[in-house]
Design a protein around this ligand. Structure first.
Ligand code: TNX
Length: 527
């Protein structure tokens, strides 16, 4: 008995002594690189000894004058300057690498890295980021940001030192399409809000922003040939308040802003249902020749195009023609969901014809999973949200699937019964539920090679402003970004929740109004 007591006392002394030594050895320096909280988790991160320190003399060197790589250098500098207070400059390399600096290089390296991967080497004297393509460098820059202390994201000057632990990261995504969707039809969001959302998804290496531009409650994109769409159809939103819309110029500005962050805009005009805003704007689109009333409620599935009228197809050609001209990305989203008042025998030829219209414009079609009931065009993609059998039907036709299962990826579902915002028709979606699923095994018959990628939609029936948007999107979006990128098929919630908790300080520094899920041990790391 006595001996055991003495033994455990000795052990306590030894352990305490060891811990003290560890703290002394570590001093003020950051943790080892592999233990930092990088979201999404890199494919491999191997720590080395030492730390890189950014100083006021550090320069970001790029391998070419002008062009994309220079812009990426400027992007990184702009992210480092506010918090460090350093006037970090971007210059073109003059050959030999010198101490204290960051080097961005485009070089055809490992094929595995593809277009979006990167290799980051942090030594105590130099940071070197290499990629095959600019998109890869841009992704690597997001990792560099996340390796610095969280304060780097602050918009005002913070105390340093600005250190990154040494090591090598080799990283590339699993899925090519990694996106979020914002419904600007139910509630309208201003250009600056969309830009902030784009900035935030870019930080997590997402590369698609899907804009749901029309629905029963509002039409949000200027169409020059059909001006009533915005003057009437865009005038209201859910709840009856004033709506809004983007001029084509503003839309192009969003597209450009997104492209500078390696994000493709996918615009959606939802049809043949979810179309009341258009039917209220033009009487001639209606089978009975009478305009409908504007709608500001939240019911779904009550409106339909008049699929037997030729003017409907003229209208659709005009809309998608104008949209295609200002959308450099490959996709136009045609909606196709919840067309409850369109008969299936009308729905099928309608969607087939719309696919032809879009294809003729040189664009590929994306539609919600119901479009798999039609004959899919060769490059059409099916966005699975509700019916697994539809996704499987799409695969059987050779289509790729975008995985947006409502029960896991919908950002408008309530977290739990106490969440005041949001809906719950697909169940509660807590932080672990949006992270802990494997896209490649969720639907039998939809295999990894059938999947184009993952998208997390935010429907805005109950979301009216950025604060609410951020509360619903964060932290769930991070889990989605992690699984869209991660190399391991199944998630490890135990590991991820700690990574997310460590990331909390960064969300705070970015002034994101995130939901402080009780499942995540934020308190252990927020200090
Ligand atoms: C279903 S998801 C819809 C939307 C709603 C959403 C609300 C989809 C393709 N259709 O019209 O906004 O549920 O969660």
């Amino acid at each position: 008995m006595h001996l055991i007591k003495q033994n455990s006392k000795l052990r306590l002394i030894l352990v305490t002594g060891f811990l003290i030594l560890q703290v002394i050895a570590k001093g003020n320096s950051p943790a080892d690189l592999s233990r930092l909280s990088i979201i999404p988790k890199p494919v491999s991160a191997i720590p080395e000894k030492g730390n890189f320190t950014l100083t006021k003399n550090s320069v970001i060197f790029v391998s070419a004058q002008g062009g994309e790589i220079h812009s990426i250098g400027n992007f990184l500098a702009a992210k480092l300057i506010p918090a460090t207070g350093f006037g970090t400059k971007v210059k073109v390399t003059a050959g030999k690498q010198t101490s204290g600096n960051i080097y961005l290089t485009l070089a055809s390296g490992d094929e595995k890295l593809g277009e979006e991967g990167y290799e980051l080497s942090v030594k105590s004297n130099i940071i070197s980021l290499k990629a095959n393509k600019p998109a890869g460098l841009f992704n690597g820059v997001q990792t560099i940001r996340q390796l610095f202390p969280a304060g780097i994201e602050s918009s005002s000057k913070q105390p340093g030192p600005w250190q990154i632990p040494a090591g090598v990261i080799f990283d590339y995504p699993q899925y090519a399409y990694r996106g979020a969707m914002l419904d600007v039809a139910r509630h309208f969001f201003q250009v600056n809000d969309v830009k902030r959302f784009i900035d935030l998804i870019a930080f997590y290496k997402m590369n698609v922003m899907h804009l749901h531009l029309s629905d029963d409650q509002g039409w949000r994109i200027e169409i020059k040939k059909w001006p009533n769409l915005t003057s009437i159809g865009g005038s209201k939103q859910v709840g009856g308040g004033a709506g809004g819309f983007y001029t084509q110029k503003q839309y192009s500005d969003i597209v450009k802003y997104a492209a500078e962050r390696y994000i493709t805009i996918v615009p959606e005009i939802d049809m043949p249902g979810h179309i009341n805003a258009a039917m209220a704007s033009y009487p001639e689109l209606n089978c009975n020749g009478k305009a409908t009333d504007l709608y500001t409620g939240t019911e779904v599935g009550f409106s339909s195009f008049c699929t037997s009228k030729e003017i409907t197809y003229q209208f659709i050609s005009d809309i998608f023609g104008e949209l295609a001209a200002i959308t450099p990305g490959p996709y136009l989203h045609i909606g196709g969901d919840e067309s409850h008042v369109t008969k299936l025998e009308d729905y099928i030829p309608f969607v087939n014809r719309v696919q032809q219209i879009v294809t003729k414009l040189g664009k590929k079609v994306i539609g919600w999973d119901e479009i798999a009931l039609t004959s899919l065009s060769p490059n059409s993609a099916v966005q699975y949200w509700a019916k697994a059998e539809n996704a499987v039907k799409g695969v059987k036709q050779g289509a790729k699937v975008i995985m947006s299962p409502a029960a896991n990826s919908y950002l408008d579902m309530k977290y739990d019964s106490t969440t005041s915002l949001g809906l719950f028709w697909a169940g509660f979606v807590e932080t672990d539920k949006s992270y802990n699923w494997d896209p490649s095994t969720l639907v039998p018959g939809v295999e990894k090679e059938n999947i184009l990628g993952i998208e997390a939609p935010l429907w805005t029936e109950t979301i009216t402003n950025m604060k609410d948007l951020e509360y619903m999107v964060f932290p769930r979006l991070l889990g989605i970004a992690d699984l869209a990128w991660r190399s391991a098929p199944a998630g490890n919630w135990g590991e991820y929740k700690i990574r997310l908790a460590k990331h909390g300080a960064r969300l705070k520094a970015m002034q994101i109004d995130y939901y402080p899920s009780k499942l995540v041990p934020w308190g252990d790391y927020l200090k």
